[in-house]
Design a protein around this ligand. Structure first.
Ligand SMILES: Cc1cc2nc3c(=O)[nH]c(=O)nc-3n(C[C@H](O)[C@H](O)[C@H](O)COP(=O)(O)OP(=O)(O)OC[C@H]3O[C@@H](n4cnc5c(N)ncnc54)[C@H](O)[C@@H]3O)c2cc1C
Length: 431
């Protein structure tokens, strides 16, 4: 074959999904992945949202290497030596079609790539694409080492760094303020310990914690997800705040792990893997043009991610964008037009997706996540109110208003700050 219909960079969720759908439609597809196997280079907390995947890979949970169905979600504020949690448990979350699963990318990405191969795509791991082949502004293929792979369309699904697009002058520069760094550990614990400790009904069920606070005042948060016999624990913090703090990422993670609640949850575990990777902070206003002459961009290569404090969704946003891109490519193939105009329906298909609409609904979360008080004041603030409410002392007790006033004084937050922050929280996640 002297030319593929579609050449794809990266076999992450975006690349593998595009390959699967395009090959299913009968197109000649090649995927080039730099990792020794798909998933070998990928870092992720590891929660996937089931209904989005089910739409593309029906009943995937029957075959895919998922870890646990997540029936419990907790939002936890980590104060100084204290913590306050909002726990949500649902039977529905642990019954088909489920809400979310924990996955380990080193197992899950190969499964996704297998689906693409079974549909007829050629997946080539262990090769790095060095450049996009561009002539007169039109992308016409990939170059990996000495090999050139010409294609009608290139799907750029190379993940957060988006280096190939940058080198080809096909994207705007990314700004440090829009990027975070994720640091993750996989911690081994016996399966029964995890099931009991996280109050799961069985080894098939799991829990997910979103943790706010105790990141050394750096904007960001932590996550803790249960796998079968490991925990995925990590923090995702704003990269320029981390830099300004002059602290090493592992120091911030170690301090995070030293919080009494986190320490109790991981007690007795052995760290079996450590990894770090940049991740976009997401943001509706940051969605770029997703196509050009001869190419489309999907997943985090296009900065697509949704973070609304409760959920961090990069993998399902990636597969939905890839599905929209695949639809546009199939239409372009029918028209025989692979120009930007021919591929432009990608944007329309993406805009019709629930993911895009969710990104729009939560567009106010981005400025909220810029608010430092959310990370270094309110976790303590909430905990000190709880302390007043639950503790019985020898001095007269405070009512809720009194506890609030005391927390305000203790944490140096003015009424005006509180009103502004309440408004921002409302704009970000509630109204
Ligand atoms: C710490 C952390 C926690 C996260 N937690 C979650 C979570 O719980 N849930 C969630 O949904 N999202 C989470 N995310 C975000 C999520 O991981 C990404 O949004 C998602 O992986 C994007 O998928 P993708 O296919 O676009 O890119 P990626 O998964 O990054 O895949 C890109 C692929 O391209 C390959 N590649 C790159 N360059 C080249 C090249 N030049 N040649 C060949 N191959 C190349 C890479 O090896 C990789 O396999 C998290 C991210 C981090 C860092």
């Amino acid at each position: 074959m002297d030319k593929f219909d579609v050449a794809i960079v990266g076999a992450g969720p975006a690349g593998a999904t595009a390959a699967y759908l395009l090959a299913q439609a009968g197109l000649q597809v090649v995927v080039v992945e730099r990792g020794q196997y798909p998933g070998s280079k990928n870092v992720s907390g590891g929660l996937i949202y089931s209904k989005i995947y089910h739409d593309i890979f029906p009943n995937f949970w029957d075959e895919a290497p998922v870890e646990r169905a997540i029936g419990g979600h907790s939002l936890v504020f980590l104060g100084d030596g204290a913590s306050t949690s909002i726990d949500f448990r649902s039977e529905e979350g642990t019954e088909a079609p489920y809400n979310a699963f924990s996955v380990l990318r080193a197992k899950f990405d190969p499964w996704l790539a297998d689906q693409a191969e079974a549909a007829g795509a050629m997946v080539i791991p262990g090769y790095r694409v060095d450049e996009l082949l561009v002539e007169d502004g039109r992308v016409w293929g990939l170059k990996a080492g000495e090999d050139e792979l010409p294609a009608d369309v290139v799907v750029v699904a190379e993940g957060t760094r988006s280096q190939l697009l940058k080198n080809a002058g096909l994207r705007e520069p990314f700004h440090a303020k829009d990027v975070s760094v994720g640091i993750k550990e996989i911690i081994a614990l016996p399966e029964e310990t995890i099931t009991d400790r996280f109050q799961c009904a069985s080894a098939e069920e799991g829990a997910a914690y979103t943790l706010v606070g105790h990141t050394g005042g750096i904007e960001g948060g932590g996550f803790l997800y249960t796998n079968k016999d490991t925990l995925s624990l990590g923090i995702v913090v704003k990269i320029n705040s981390l830099y300004n703090s002059k602290r090493q990422p592992h120091e911030v993670l170690d301090e995070f792990k030293s919080h009494p609640l986190v320490a109790r949850l991981i007690r007795g575990g052995e760290v079996v893997e450590y990894s770090a990777q940049t991740v976009h902070r997401g943001g509706f206003h940051l969605i770029p043009q997703l196509y050009g002459d001869g190419y489309v961009v999907a997943g985090s290569a296009a900065r697509l991610l949704l973070n609304n404090v409760m959920t961090l969704r990069g993998m399902d946003v990636a597969v939905v964008s890839a599905a929209a891109a695949a639809k546009a490519i199939i239409e372009a193939k029918e028209k025989g037009d692979f120009s930007a105009a021919g591929l432009s329906s990608y944007e329309q298909h993406f805009k019709e997706s629930s993911v895009y609409k969710d990104m729009s609904t939560f567009k106010g979360t981005y400025p909220l996540l810029e608010n430092k008080r959310l990370f270094d004041v309110y976790p303590d603030f909430v905990c000190s109110i709880m302390e007043d409410m639950f503790s019985v002392k020898t001095e007269p007790a405070k009512n809720l208003y009194g506890a609030l006033r005391a927390a305000q004084r203790e944490n140096d937050v003015s009424w005006l700050d509180m009103v502004k922050d309440a408004y921002q929280i409302g704009r970000g996640i509630a109204i």
